[in-house]
Ligand binder design. Structure first.
Ligand code: PLP
Ligand code: LYS
Length: 420
């Protein structure tokens, strides 16, 4: 076999069948991760809940898989919420986030009875209460707290530091204003707190520190307001394998330490341990995906480098240009050939920064060969754009070696769809 096999499929055959660029996702891999969540977190610890952070990858089919596996979902926009609704995802299993939810989005969420709304700033409670009153609905909220921790990841995907657009800052004044407001609402009930310290984290150190900070807060609000924290949402952020120095760890590496720390701190403060929620995104889907491209122009700059251009790039994977993210790539139709060249993989956009992989070692290639880029399941399709009016690729799901289209390739007419 000279072609790469992935999730039990000959990937070259898929590239020929569906054309390129093409996103391929392994349902078996996704289900394995969702079951790891069930077996190693939900079933091992009482009073726990898990939601999948759908910003990583969401289509109607993905929502159906998550629901079928008994996991809830985190959404951050009306569009994500609407996708879940259209996939008949139970609304009570949804947690709605966002640092600037619009009135329309809040109305959609409240009208449809989403399970929890995570309040990101104090005034948001006024909007929620007003809408809840108007619709005569009960709304359950958590406060997103910014714990003031700088996580070890790219600056653009840190979220828990003091200087952050996310969450309620942890100061005496903000906490007292937030608590005083929340405890006087009629239609809105505060159940607890949330933190999310950043993404692609390779160690659990900051989750543990965040638990210490949050339990201290729980003790403070109990003493000062008699408020009992019923739920603590510890966010996601668990890292995956992209390149040789980044690896996915078992879920329990993060969740066991979270649970040990929370039990310890609750005991020391004499607090009842709240329900603990986790919300991983990337960890569930990142390594489930790969993207297939066709090789086109090959340009050698003698003594400098060789650029191998592909038929996609920045519009289907903006991560290298946004976060200098590193990816591994293979020539899927020459999988056993000796890698003899070091080349740079360039996207087809009119941007010098549209480089997918610098210095990749591959066999000699020619126009028409296929490049597979690994670990593209998270934040690729979900962050894709039509820059340069390039249509988005199709998404194919593979289940037990069988492929099916779950998102059609965009056409030029799809791009023109809303032009008047
Ligand atoms: C509130 C919240 N929860 C969960 C996640 C999921 O993050 P990740 O994909 O790193 O697990 C994010 C994104 O970073 C987030 O902002
Ligand atoms: N989009 C980011 C992750 C953001 C996580 C959401 N707060 C990435 O691709 O790494």
């Amino acid at each position: 076999m000279k072609n790469l096999m992935f999730a039990g499929c000959d990937i070259v055959k898929l590239a020929e069948k569906y054309k390129t660029p093409l996103y391929i996702m392994s349902e078996d891999y996704i289900v394995e991760r969702l079951r790891e969540i069930k077996n190693d977190f939900l079933n091992r610890h009482e009073k726990t809940r898990a939601v999948y952070a759908s910003k990583a990858f969401l289509t109607k089919e993905m929502a159906r898989i998550v629901h079928r596996e008994g996991i809830g979902m985190d959404v951050v926009s009306g569009g994500e919420l609407y996708t879940a609704m259209k996939a008949e995802f139970p609304m009570e299993d949804i947690i709605f986030h966002g640092n600037n939810k619009t009135i329309d989005e809040l109305e959609l969420a409240i009208e449809n009875n989403v399970g929890r709304i995570v309040v990101d700033h104090i005034e948001e409670m006024d909007l929620i209460e007003e809408i809840a009153k108007e619709k005569n609905k009960k709304v359950y909220i958590l406060f997103r707290i910014s714990p003031g921790l700088e996580s070890d990841t790219h600056k653009y995907i840190q979220t828990g530091q003091v200087d952050s657009k996310f969450g309620i800052p942890l100061t005496e004044k903000t906490i007292s204003s937030a608590m005083e407001k929340a405890l006087n609402l009629e239609f809105t009930e505060l159940l607890g707190f949330h933190f999310h310290i950043g993404s692609q984290l390779s160690d659990n150190e900051n989750h543990i520190k965040a638990i210490d900070i949050m339990t201290k807060l729980m003790k403070k609000v109990k003493d000062e307001y008699g408020f009992i924290t019923k739920e603590l949402n510890t966010g996601g952020g668990y890292g995956i394998h992209y390149s040789e120095d980044e690896h996915r760890k078992p879920l329990s590496y993060y969740t066991d330490s979270i649970m040990i720390e929370i039990e310890k701190q609750c005991k020391s403060y004499d607090l009842e341990r709240p329900l603990i929620i986790i919300e991983p995104g990337r960890w569930v889907v990142g390594e489930a995906g790969m993207t297939i491209y066709s090789i086109g122009a090959i340009k050698e700059i003698p003594g400098i480098r060789t650029y191998i251009s592909i038929d996609g790039g920045m519009p289907d994977n903006p991560r290298p240009s946004l976060y200098e993210a590193k990816y591994e790539g293979v020539i899927i139709n020459k999988i056993h050939e000796e890698p003899t060249e070091i080349v740079t993989i360039a996207g087809k956009c009119c941007e010098s920064g549209d480089i997918l992989i610098w210095d990749l070692k591959i066999p000699k290639v020619e126009r028409g060969d296929f490049l597979g880029v690994l670990s593209t399941g998270a934040y690729n399709y979900s962050m894709s754009s039509n820059y340069n009016r390039i249509p988005r690729p199709a998404v194919v799901m593979i289940t037990e070696g069988k492929d099916r289209l779950i998102v059609k390739r965009e056409t030029y007419d799809d791009i023109l769809r809303n032009d008047l």
